[in-house]
Design a protein around this ligand. Structure first.
Ligand SMILES: Nc1ncnc2c1ncn2[C@@H]1O[C@H](COP(=O)(O)OP(=O)(O)OP(=O)(O)O)[C@@H](O)[C@H]1O
Length: 441
């Protein structure tokens, strides 16, 4: 019989919850102030702690710290009021299993308890297994930034926490998401990527939740949504900042209730999905402006991982260049051996606004054009030789950035591809900036 420690200073509520959980087959002990929490945990060996976020003598974070110091794997679920949600999210970063907002329904608390107990037994079983290895498609790099990224991936992968992956376009956010999935306990199930920037608003709900045949004009067949496809696996929401407000509401509900309802169906389906999301926007700013829901932001951002731009990890350029050279040789059936010293020098000086994707493209193109055994500077694209170009990344001031974009668009006769080239950013980043500055006409 699983043993639960319930820490709650509201005596009436504690009694009611304890009696409900006892009826459901748990062995419940109650504590009203967590004064001697370390000793209690050491002496009794609980399977789960359910604690109120605000206790008279200490808060939930302090209780969590004390518990984790004694037993790192003991799951702790926090009970919070709405106002405490940001603190609860902070607690999850420190190792709390999850939080539940008061008032909650009986089925919600039962579901959270069974998930926490399930994860605990998985963790105990895994202690005996060897650690999972990094997939070969992931090059970890050796710079300080890369090592930090690598460490965060390893730490968060085996948990069920949602992760917000931030970074400029082409830095490798999707690769990070896939690596987290492959290192997680869900690796034998699906990884389903949804490009939130590419789905038209009208069909977004059907993409996520599916639909039944005939649910709307054009629904000629049943469709399985991404949530069901990712059940017991991972869903990856790329460009999450582009979701419409309406779909954000539906997504939040699905994540909180762990249930979805296909369009046109009356039946709900239980789903167990881990969420990874990526963005190259400043989502906090989007929250402030009211474009992105704060509650959804917190749900997605239980842990955040920053993928550095390539010019912030120059030390890794050689390692990535070799990796991309090997894959270009394999896909083009060539056998180029390496790079001339001048090429490596140019690689080191260039700003790489398109990050790893740009490096990969430059190398593939150079492999195709090379006649000798080495890549020499003659086959490099002209952009690598341009120096001192006015680069948008150097501008910190939004007003200045907006003015520069307007001027460049004027100069190119509103040709966005050309403007992006002149500004040394990729088209996707330019579109995001046009949206940010309300410049889409
Ligand atoms: N750590 C890595 N090891 C090996 N290859 C990588 C790594 N990171 C990124 N890449 C390669 O770089 C390219 C860009 O990566 P990815 O598509 O993940 O970037 P992204 O940040 O998701 O881009 P976008 O914001 O445009 O969606 C891919 O071809 C990917 O294979």
């Amino acid at each position: 019989m699983p043993k639960i420690l319930l820490i709650e200073d509201d005596v009436a509520f504690s009694k009611m919850l304890a009696s409900f959980l006892t009826k459901k087959g748990y062995l419940v002990s109650t504590d009203f102030n967590a004064r001697n929490i370390s000793r209690t945990i050491k002496e009794t060996g609980f399977d789960l702690v359910l604690t109120d976020m605000r206790l008279p003598e200490k808060d939930g974070i302090a209780v969590l710290d004390e518990i984790k110091a004694v037993d790192r794997q003991l799951p702790v679920v926090l009970m919070t009021g709405y106002a405490d949600v940001p603190t609860a999210v902070k607690a999850m970063k420190k190792g709390a299993f999850d939080y539940i907002s008061k008032p909650f329904r009986q089925d919600e608390v039962l579901s959270i308890i069974s998930r926490a107990l399930e994860q605990k037994s998985k963790l105990r079983a895994e202690e005996k297994l060897p650690a999972k290895k990094l997939p070969e498609t992931f090059v970890p790099g050796t710079s300080a930034e890369s090592l930090k990224l690598h460490e965060h991936i390893q730490l968060v992968a085996p948990t069920d926490m949602s992760v917000l992956i931030r970074g400029e376009s082409g830095t490798g956010k999707e690769v990070v998401a896939k690596t987290i999935h492959m290192l997680s306990n869900r690796s034998d199930r699906n990884f389903v990527a949804v490009d939130c920037g590419a789905i038209p608003k009208e069909i977004a709900a059907s993409e996520f939740f599916g639909h039944l045949k005939g649910a709307f004009t054009g629904a000629i067949d049943n469709k399985t949504g991404s949530f069901v496809a990712a059940d017991r696996g991972t869903i990856f929401l790329d460009e999450v900042g582009n979701l419409s407000y309406e779909i954000q509401v539906q997504l939040l509900r699905a994540l909180q209730e762990r249930k979805i309802k296909p369009i046109g169906s009356n039946e709900t389906i239980d789903v167990d999905v881990r969420v990874l999301a990526a963005t190259n926007e400043n989502l906090e700013e989007a929250v402030e402006k009211g474009h992105f829901r704060e509650d959804l932001f917190h749900r997605l951002n239980e842990f955040s991982v920053i993928v550095p731009g390539l010019c912030d990890r120059r030390q890794d350029i050689g390692i990535f260049a070799d990796h991309f050279l090997r894959s270009a040789n394999a896909s083009l059936g060539r056998n180029i051996k390496g790079f001339s010293p001048e090429v490596l020098q140019l690689f080191n000086e260039y700003r790489w606004p398109g990050n790893l994707r740009e490096l990969q493209n430059v190398i593939k193109r150079s492999v195709l054009l090379s006649r000798g055994e080495q890549i020499t500077k003659e086959v490099l694209p002209p952009v690598l030789f341009e120096k001192g170009k006015k680069v948008i990344k150097e501008l910190f001031n939004e007003e200045e950035e907006r003015r520069l974009i307007v001027e460049t668009l004027k100069q190119t006769g509103n040709n966005k591809s050309r403007a992006a080239q002149l500004l040394n950013i990729d088209r996707k980043t330019l579109y995001n900036k046009l949206k940010k500055y309300d410049l889409i006409s």
